[in-house]
Design a protein. Structure first.
Length: 324
């Protein structure tokens, strides 16, 4: 027999065996990867939204970045719309999570007369009970900061007329003092906002005393007062706004406690929480760290210093070891 043929046959047989072994190994490897993928399915997508104001952008970006770091696929809908728009969207399942304020639940459920809304802990619990039962929405832990609606006045006018409180403001308006207030349509018309101040303190602002601006961004209303746009000398404001002192504005004291407590907290669709309960563990520690001073500082960096909301959010999370 030809030895060369025998050599070739042995060579081809060895090569064939090696190929079979390699293919078998690749198959096992791929099977292992498939089993691993099956064991760890992709998380999401989670549609993250926020309202269109400064703090909404800040908190929405925090939620977005935290979920992404923890392996969630996300859809960015930060600065989605006004309170009414975003509320309808989460109830319809168009978005999955956004930062809301506990006091707003009083108006969502026609429960505004209930005194529970003036107590932080009780208000949060009440909001959770009402939304869970009616719409299967879950309130996660709130920030320890009250971002209640307020009226801010130019500091020069406040000092000249000795206006410190809303009682003083009412007396000034009713005596014919010139006031023009910059605000959103929501603030002007919603029962829990300007109308509640007017009713409690006994004053009324006519349409020509209001400058209605689109959206609910207090950075815009406060800037209008600071620059006296169209004669504006007062502005819709929030308790956690960081631009007030810089712009020369002062918040008028609500001595009658007209406003509810408005603590920001993530509001999540129940179906999403049932599928991904770890979201609470991811977000709760962060929101618990956001006290009034912290939010004012972060909001100021966006509204006054002009930093991008996503950068301010990311820097805070990184500096406080919430992001790697």
């Amino acid at each position: 027999m030809n030895r060369k043929k025998i050599g070739y046959s042995a060579f081809f047989l060895t090569a064939l065996l090696l190929t079979v072994v390699l293919l078998s190994g690749l198959t096992s490897c791929n099977q292992g990867k498939s089993e691993e993928s099956a064991a760890e399915p992709a998380k999401g997508p989670i549609v993250v939204a926020s309202k269109i104001d400064t703090e909404g952008a800040l908190l929405g970006n925090m939620i977005l970045q935290l979920l992404e770091q923890n392996g969630f696929e996300t859809v960015n809908q930060v600065q989605f719309g006004t309170t009414d728009v975003i509320r309808k969207a989460i109830r319809a399942g168009e978005i999955d999570i956004y930062p809301e304020y506990t006091g707003n639940a009083a108006f969502f459920h026609s429960d505004a007369e209930n005194q529970v809304w003036k107590d932080p802990e009780a208000a949060w619990k009440r909001a959770g009970e009402l939304d869970r039962e009616a719409y299967n929405l879950v309130w996660l832990s709130p920030a320890p900061a009250n971002n209640t609606w307020a009226i801010a006045l130019r500091q020069d006018l406040a000092e000249e007329e000795k206006i410190v409180s809303l009682d003083d403001f009412s007396a000034y308006v009713n005596s014919g003092g010139r006031i023009k207030l910059a605000c959103s349509e929501e603030f002007a018309s919603r029962q829990g906002a300007l109308p509640s101040f007017e009713e409690a303190y006994g004053f009324h602002l006519e349409k020509d005393q209001l400058l209605i601006l689109s959206g609910g961004n207090t950075a815009t209303t406060e800037k209008a007062a600071a620059e006296q746009t169209d004669g504006v000398n007062a502005a819709m404001a929030y308790g956690t706004d960081g631009a007030l002192a810089t712009l020369g504005l002062v918040v008028l004291e609500d001595s009658r406690n007209v406003q509810h407590v408005y603590q920001p907290a993530p509001l999540v669709r129940g179906e999403v929480m049932e599928q991904y309960p770890e979201i609470a563990d991811i977000l709760n520690p962060v929101f618990s760290s956001l006290d009034l001073s912290t939010l004012q500082t972060l909001n100021s960096r966006i509204a006054v210093m002009g930093e991008a909301a996503q950068d301010v959010a990311g820097n805070y999370l990184t500096e406080n070891n919430f992001l790697e």
